[in-house]
Write a protein that binds this ligand. Structure first.
Ligand code: XCC
Length: 626
């Protein structure tokens, strides 16, 4: 273990808990990070191929080809495609769960209701459904439309793209021949291509990533969040709290951890059941509370923050997951799809905490309790989980340590809630962009990564943007970073340049607008589409940039490729594993701009990276004549 107090995270709460786990002698993420140093240079550059049993092969000074004759360009592009396909697959799983749930809900078989009837009817009309019927009839058909869009062939272009993507984007994508078909078929094709010696052309491999990125954007992101909004309600501007200090030592505490908010929503509803409340009180607790972690938490923050008192706010993000268990005050963790690390179980074994899997794809050694989500059974499953949490609460020890830190948060932003706050149109926002009070918009999104210190780089980037009058939209683990730092509250106005500060004060919003989970990067695509259409330009012409300053896993790769395909300058940190190929690096950071209007910017220095992004924003402003 490294002998270093409080040096890993930007957050005092995480640092405090890290020191505490070290005193306990329990190894956590920051220690395992040290154990892995130095990391493999071949892997870092993407030039290791492990696909066949001639390998592993590496591209070295002495070997410029693998045993089968593949170049560094092929190996790097193929490895990148394999990352993208993983991300696309995970998003499709999420979409399928949500679409099936909407269908079951329309049939009256779930505890969910149609939460946004207006959106249901608007979307149904766009996709050409007869809306002169009941909500449930429309919802049933809409779920079927999405499921069949998912499952159709890769040679059958996505109808949703035609309906929702800007026309100028579609033209570019058609020219490049990257208009995707059904996402499941696209995943199959991409996996087939990325087997050894099927597709060895680096350019085609990269274009396949672009195709998957676009399929992910319109199916995995936009379709999923739209169905979720229809069912669970669209985000509304609201207040909540974040950081480990929100944990109440006197309640039965359940954490919703992952990305898919369906189980958590049902558990929050069921926790209001008087019979379960009584059971909790009989066990000696004051009540039952549900906390959000990572992206599931952000989804709840967008929708449940004020509507259910049983929802207590957002704990933290990926890198803090072991530390909330180390508080000793968490009784049950519901792991839905992705980002539940095996280290959770190691930590849980030191406490009374129970981990349960709530999705058929989530499996962890030593976790036997499964409540794999089924829309038709979720009401019962939710009750059983709450009872389990109450039983576990009874075993809670007195080893409790809850850091005192917590922050107020304003959350619930999305195109509809912003439009409403602005009095019914985005025009006032556009006016502020045009008059230069707001110079541009930066989406700071995605994961958190220890490579540059937990949230340290992401927060530095956000603050640099704010200082320069650039409005920040956050999503994913970057939203937790911003919340815990106070950037999603009005206290962050002190970080802003004069123009941005004046606008935020006038509208009553914080300068970092939380759009939700990593799925909600799609929501950013929606608002950028609306702004582009209001101004009559293509998204690539807008003073808008994206940054995933601490990207971590494969969904973020698919997101990043979508952003570049969508025409945005997209900053990535840590350096992705592509530098072993000059060709691939040049295409992604330079030449792709000719094709999509967007490109990747790789710069490890946050201040430098922001300067480059600001220069891009200013160029776009000049080109628009604003
Ligand atoms: Fe996982 Fe979404 Fe990444 Fe955070 S942001 S590390 S995916 S929880 Ni999506």
């Amino acid at each position: 273990m490294k002998n270093c107090d409080s040096c890993y995270s930007a957050h005092s709460s995480t640092n405090e808990m890290y020191d505490y786990t070290r005193e306990m002698g329990v190894t956590t993420i920051f220690d395992r990070w040290e154990d892995q140093q130095p990391q493999c240079g071949f892997g870092m550059q993407g030039i290791c191929c492990q696909l066949c049993s001639h390998g592993p092969c590496r591209i070295t000074n002495k070997a410029d080809r693998t045993i089968c004759g593949a170049t560094a360009d092929t190996v790097v592009a193929r490895n990148l495609l394999r990352l993208t396909v993983h991300g696309a697959a995970a998003y499709s799983h999420h979409l399928e769960e949500v679409a099936k749930t909407l269908k079951a809900t329309a049939e009256g078989k779930t505890p969910y209701k149609i939460g946004d009837k207006k959106k249901l009817r608007t979307i149904a009309e766009i996709v050409g459904l007869d809306t002169d019927r009941s909500d449930n009839e429309i919802a049933l058909d809409l779920a079927d439309v999405i499921l069949s869009e998912m499952r159709k062939g890769s040679d059958d272009p996505l109808a949703l793209l035609k309906l929702f993507a800007p026309k100028s984007r579609q033209d570019r994508w058609e020219k490049l021949d990257v208009v995707p078909g059904g996402i499941l078929s696209e995943i199959r094709d991409a996996l087939t291509k990325s087997m050894s010696n099927i597709d060895t052309d680096p350019v085609d491999l990269l274009l396949t990533s672009v195709r998957l990125g676009i399929a992910t954007g319109y199916m995995g992101l936009v379709a999923t969040l739209t169905l979720e909004d229809i069912m669970l309600g669209s985000p509304k501007i609201t207040e909540s709290e974040a950081d480990l200090g929100i944990i109440d030592p006197e309640t039965v505490n359940i954490v919703a951890h992952g990305h898919v908010p369906l189980v958590a929503t049902a558990v929050i509803e069921s926790s209001q059941d008087p019979e379960l409340q009584k059971l909790a009180k009989d066990a000696g607790a004051k009540g039952i509370k549900v906390y959000g972690s990572m992206c599931t938490g952000q989804e709840l923050m967008q929708r449940k923050a004020t509507s259910a008192k049983e929802f207590a706010g957002q704990l933290s993000n990926w890198l803090s997951q072991e530390y909330y268990i180390a508080t000793g005050a968490i009784d049950l963790v519901m792991m839905d799809m992705n980002c539940s690390i095996p280290g959770l179980k190691v930590m849980a074994d030191n406490f009374h905490t129970e981990l349960v899997s709530v999705d058929k794809v989530v499996r962890m050694e030593g976790v036997e309790d499964r409540y794999d989500y089924e829309p038709e059974k979720i009401k019962q499953q939710a009750k059983e989980m709450i009872k389990k949490a109450i039983e576990t609460y009874k075993k809670r020890g007195d080893k409790i340590k809850i850091p005192s830190y917590k922050k107020d948060v304003i959350t619930g932003f999305g195109v509809e809630s912003i439009t409403e706050a602005l009095g019914g149109s985005l025009d006032p926002l556009l006016e502020q962009v045009k008059n230069g009070n707001i110079r541009g918009i930066a989406a700071v999104v995605g994961c958190t990564n220890n490579r540059n210190g937990h949230d340290t780089k992401g927060l530095k980037i956000m603050k640099e943007f704010l200082k320069n009058d650039i409005l920040v939209i956050s999503a994913g683990c970057m939203s937790s970073a911003a919340e815990i730092e106070g950037l999603t509250s009005k206290e962050a106005l002190s970080e802003c340049g004069e123009g941005l500060k004046a606008v935020c004060e006038a509208v009553g919003i914080p300068p970092v607008l939380n759009f939700g989970s990593c799925l909600d990067i799609g929501r950013i695509g929606v608002i950028v589409t609306e702004i582009a259409s209001a101004l009559g330009v293509d998204p690539a012409e807008l003073p808008v940039v994206a940054s995933a300053p601490e990207y971590l896993e494969q969904k973020a790769v698919a997101d990043g490729i979508f952003a570049v395909s969508f025409g945005l300058l997209t900053h990535l940190g840590p350096v992705p594993p592509v530098t072993g190929s000059e060709t691939v690096t040049d295409i992604l950071t330079r030449d792709i701009q000719e094709m999509t209007g967007g490109r990747f910017l790789v710069n490890e220095d946050p201040v430098d990276a922001v300067s480059e992004m600001i220069a891009h924003i200013e160029n776009k402003r000049s080109a628009l004549g604003i």
